[in-house]
Design a binder for this molecule. Structure first.
Ligand SMILES: *Cc1c(COP(=O)(O)O)cnc(C)c1O
Length: 401
């Protein structure tokens, strides 16, 4: 398809990356290329490809046609210059940090509400290797500005929508502050997906994803994605050639197939989540609902500016009134359709108990201070009929009440 014909993200998701000429024919969808290396007629030809004077594949740690198709698709969706498919979301975050810090001050300023393993990566891997790490409340721009001035970080790392309290960062304002200070901005866009927010269009340098979640979307892939701007893409690829973070071609194929329906899935999941959140808010057994559509949300003004109307993501967190661990267990054990599991973003609805899983390692007092109470659960709303999701929650709530 002609580049200029593809305008809308729904169309890009279906077409971008596919239909590359393979010999005499053009496969309509991209095959799984399992070869680790590539053969050419002459040494001269191979030499030019190794030297990157000519385009072409020589070894799958450098690039692979299946991965290249997925990378083109992801870069198109995120409005990036290029992308790197990685073996996991954590690998993607690590690669983005390495690329961002390559020629900058070895310091990171990170959002204080981050995915648990990301905090682990910063504290247990980056810091011991000489990178200074500091955390700030990125939803308080004055506090963020102050932390920027004090730490002068080479790189800033934030999530578009935080877990599990669903705070929304003012990415446009943050990008402005980071750019003025000469830093690089990495945005973990896993929860929002490019259907809600495209961080590079707002001034970020990298968007990263756990492709395990919404991008692949079916609970059958572990993968990650880094999308970079033009200034950082070559550096990222050069690092990848020696670090070897590659996604396998089978997972690449599954992710690409998943992304084709990402717009449809997200539209349905976001609509379902809106319905579930308002149903929960009016239920007597629910103490509090966390959802970005809430007009009383602390980031309501940023949400109105940054998220499309009606697309608030598909995660709903809520507190069971007067419940402790035992009642939460009883409620979750009573679920018949919603799956009790870690992870999110799949076609099926899933529920997780942060105090037991994602925030288990944090002391109860610290959890309470973070606002993560022992009666809080996180629901990733799937594509099922919303009536069935509500019905399952309702019958499970009856078991507690
Ligand atoms: C799951 C997740 C990750 C880590 O991704 P993996 O694919 O599990 O390595 C990073 N960030 C966010 C926001 C996530 O939800």
């Amino acid at each position: 398809m002609e580049e200029e014909v593809i305008v809308k993200i729904q169309t890009k998701a279906v077409h971008a990356g596919d239909r590359k000429k393979a010999g005499a024919h053009v496969p309509v969808t991209t095959p799984i290329f399992t070869a680790s290396s590539y053969f050419y007629d002459s040494m001269e030809e191979l030499d030019r490809i190794f030297g990157r004077e000519d385009p072409g594949y020589c070894y799958s740690r450098y690039d692979n046609p299946t991965n290249a198709a997925l990378e083109e698709q992801a870069a198109a969706l995120e409005s990036g210059h290029g992308a790197l498919a990685c073996s996991s979301g954590m690998m993607a975050i690590h690669m983005a940090l390495l690329a961002a810090l390559a020629d900058r001050r070895k310091s990171v300023l990170a959002a204080n509400a981050l995915y648990g393993a990301t905090i682990g990566l910063l504290m247990n891997v980056m810091e011991p290797s000489g990178v200074s790490v500091r955390f700030a409340d990125v939803c308080d721009l004055d506090a963020f500005r102050k932390a920027m001035e004090e730490s002068k970080p080479g790189c800033v790392l934030v999530e578009t929508i935080s877990n599990p309290l669903l705070r929304v960062a003012a990415l446009d304002r943050i990008a402005e502050i980071v750019r003025a200070a000469g830093g690089a901005l990495i945005v973990d866009n896993t929860f929002a997906t490019p259907m809600l927010v495209r961080p590079l269009e707002l001034g970020a340098h990298f968007a990263v994803h756990s492709a395990t979640k919404y991008l692949a979307g079916h609970g059958d892939v572990l993968g990650g994605m880094v999308v970079a701007d033009a200034a950082h893409y070559e550096g990222l690829r050069a690092l990848a050639r020696v670090v070897g973070p590659v996604l396998g071609p089978f997972e690449s194929y599954l992710t690409m197939r998943g992304i084709k329906t990402l717009p449809l899935r997200m539209e349905r999941q976001c609509a379902n989540a809106c319905r579930v959140a308002s149903w929960l808010a009016s239920h007597g057994a629910i103490e509090r609902v966390y959802f970005p559509a809430d007009p009383a949300h602390p980031d309501a003004a940023d949400i109105r500016r940054l998220l499309p109307h009606g697309m608030y993501g598909a995660i709903v967190s809520f507190e069971l009134r007067g419940a402790g661990r035992a009642e939460v267990f009883r409620f979750m054990n009573a679920l018949r359709m919603v799956v009790r599991a870690t992870s999110l973003g799949d076609v099926h609805s899933m529920m997780l108990y942060p105090a037991m899983s994602s925030h288990r390692e944090i002391s109860p007092r610290h959890r309470e201070r973070m606002g993560i109470r022992d009666n809080l659960v996180r629901l990733s709303v799937g594509i099922e009929a919303v009536e069935d999701i509500v019905e399952d929650l309702e019958q499970a709530l009856r078991q507690v009440g």
